[in-house]
Design a protein around this ligand. Structure first.
Ligand code: B12
Ligand code: SF4
Length: 510
């Protein structure tokens, strides 16, 4: 079923950043958001194309081409790609002032005031239903909100080019659930209606440059290997206090997931070596029976293929031997486990619903079933004192696991752009995207002290002396990559200690 539209060619962009993320440095990965939206748009009669900066340079030629050949642009953002996304939106608007640009993605609506200086609208939440609605609304005749053009021309924050875009169909755009548009007073207004969702095929085939290697070099100066994102659900049924995952848990049909897998296998081809996949679900553990069923299907579909899968997973269900065997049989070579802490106090106060003993057992279960346990830890919770943080690094070394230890991120705004109760402890707007830099004031130590312990801990867990602890190629490669990353990041991490001392001092005396 297709509808004819006058806006046909839609460019969906996923900007990337050179942030301090070890996985990003080693693998080329595109999120599912833009290709999933491409599937939804294609079904509605649009002709979308996805451009991911991981796979293709967002250089002048590309921006010229997008401004020339596309009727509208969607930009898919996360917090730490937001500054780059804004830069790209401004560059497009300079090339073609009237081009409609819509931004979306996790937490994007929180910073709509920044984005609306260059984007026509922002969409909160999932976009597969609302993006086509918004594009149709934009095709309607122009309609300026009363008084807006005078107001925006005198406003220092909006450029003349952005005001022409923002005056388009103001009221119609605002009616779309989740829409954030610039109000006549020059401030973003939020449509707070619940955002509808739908399923769609993930159109990996519409991603420009999609393939086994990225064009962008990794830390080691050569193209990164691709890891293909797939998803069977979005959102999470749990509500750990530190986590800002979507709390609406929505599943996809297994048929849709398996169709995506078949497309990926076809695009990857037979002759090109191992195909790596990551199931990017937040909560593949919500319904264990359904997960088992999906794993059986993946095992069947990938029989005889050189493939490897990974997924982020909860520690609790790993006690289930049948589940672990199914993971193994379906080629899941690693599970990224949310251990978070080795302090029971922290696990309880963060409502994790796990114990330190369960973390221990999850590692044993992975080893027993031939799966690499990959640890995710978070440091700087309000219950953490210095020794709680140090104990995490001790644990990683003692248990001989590969791990990422991330400083906790705190949001200073909610999804409606309103200031959160924690806002005055946040030292950087995009705090939540922090990877190795402390960006908030913890309760029981100074930010600079936390950064010092993190720096010291990273030196330990990335040391090549740990190579002897690992028997799999996966773990050894990861450790090597992490070691190289730390060598590059270390000066900035050390400088960050001084920076944190300075800004917290300044804040104290201001
Ligand atoms: C795959 C993934 C990665 C991969 C690839 C990252 C990449 N290329 O950007 C890896 C493992 C490398 C990674 C790393 C990091 N990630 Co990450 N990652 C994910 C993950 C698990 C899946 C993304 C996905 O495909 N989701 C499924 C799709 C369907 O959902 P979606 O992208 O949200 O898209 C929907 C809507 O958001 C919306 N939408 C999306 N784009 C657009 C665009 C428009 C125009 C519209 C209208 C709507 C719209 O509609 C889509 C369809 O419904 C998410 C968590 C999650 N489950 O979403 C975290 C997530 C995106 N990551 C996050 C973080 C913090 C990080 C790290 C900073 C972690 C760290 N501290 O090291 C690093 C930074 C990496 C970097 N260099 O930028 C956060 C972002 C927080 C935020 N609110 O912005 C998330 C949301 C996890 C979380 N809840 O905390 N990540
Ligand atoms: S940390 Fe994991 S289990 Fe907890 S709410 Fe976030 S996604 Fe769900």
């Amino acid at each position: 079923m297709t509808n004819q539209t006058s806006y046909r060619h839609i460019a969906l962009l996923e900007p990337s950043v050179a942030s301090e993320c070890v996985v990003t440095e080693m693998m080329g990965q595109v999120r599912c958001g833009a290709p999933f939206l491409a599937g939804a748009l294609a079904r509605e009669g649009f002709e979308p194309r996805v451009f991911a900066e991981e796979l293709i340079e967002f250089d002048r030629q590309l921006l010229d081409r997008i401004a020339r050949e596309y009727d509208a642009v969607g930009i898919s953002l996360t917090l730490n790609t937001l500054p780059r996304g804004l830069q790209v939106a401004k560059a497009l608007r300079q090339r073609r002032p009237e081009i409609p640009i819509i931004a979306g993605g996790p937490s994007t609506s929180a910073y709509a005031d920044h984005l609306l200086t260059a984007c026509t609208a922002v969409l909160r939440g999932r976009g597969e239903v609302t993006l086509p609605l918004m594009l149709r609304a934009m095709e309607a005749p122009l309609m300026s909100p009363p008084g807006y053009s005078e107001l925006s021309s005198s406003s220092s924050s909006s450029s003349s080019s952005s005001s022409s875009a923002n005056t388009r169909n103001y009221e119609e755009l605002y009616n779309i659930p989740g829409a954030v548009v610039m109000a006549p007073n020059g401030r973003p207004i939020y449509n707070r209606d619940e955002v509808p969702t739908a399923d769609a095929p993930v159109r990996y085939d519409l991603i420009e440059g999609f393939g086994r290697h990225t064009v962008r070099d990794g830390l080691f100066g050569c193209p990164k290997e691709a890891i293909y994102s797939m998803f069977a659900s979005t959102g999470c049924i749990r509500s750990c206090a530190f986590c800002n995952s979507d709390k609406h848990y929505i599943t996809r049909s297994h048929d849709a997931v398996m169709n995506d897998l078949e497309l990926l296998l076809r695009l990857h081809g037979h002759a090109t070596g191992i195909a790596r996949f990551m199931l990017v679900d937040d909560c593949l553990f919500a319904d264990i029976d359904a997960t088992k069923e999906l794993l059986r299907k993946i095992e069947y579909a990938t029989r005889g293929r050189d493939v490897s899968f990974s997924v982020q997973f909860h520690v609790a269900p790993t006690v289930d031997n049948e589940l672990m065997k199914l993971f193994h049989d379906a080629h899941f070579t690693s599970l990224a486990l949310g251990f978070e802490s080795v302090s029971q106090k922290a696990l309880d106060s963060q409502r994790k619903g796990t114990t330190v003993a369960m973390n221990d057992l999850a590692i044993d279960q992975c080893r027993k079933h031939g799966i690499v346990p990959y640890g995710y830890f978070v440091v700087g919770f309000d219950s953490d004192d210095e020794s709680d943080v140090e104990h995490i690094f001790d644990y990683v070394v003692k248990r001989g696991i590969i791990a990422q230890v991330l400083p906790v991120g705190i949001m200073n705004r909610d999804e409606f752009g309103e200031t959160t109760a924690d806002a005055d402890r946040v030292l950087s707007d995009t705090s939540f995207g922090a990877t190795v830099f402390v960006s908030h004031r913890p309760a029981r130590m100074s930010a600079a002290r936390l950064q010092t312990i993190i720096n010291r801990g990273h030196a330990r867990i990335t040391s090549l002396r740990r190579m002897k602890d690992f028997s799999t190629k996966y773990e050894r490669n990861f450790l090597f990559g992490q070691n190289r990353c730390f060598a590059v990041w270390r000066p900035a991490m050390e400088h960050h200690v001084k920076y944190l001392r300075k800004i917290t001092e300044e804040k104290r005396y201001s």
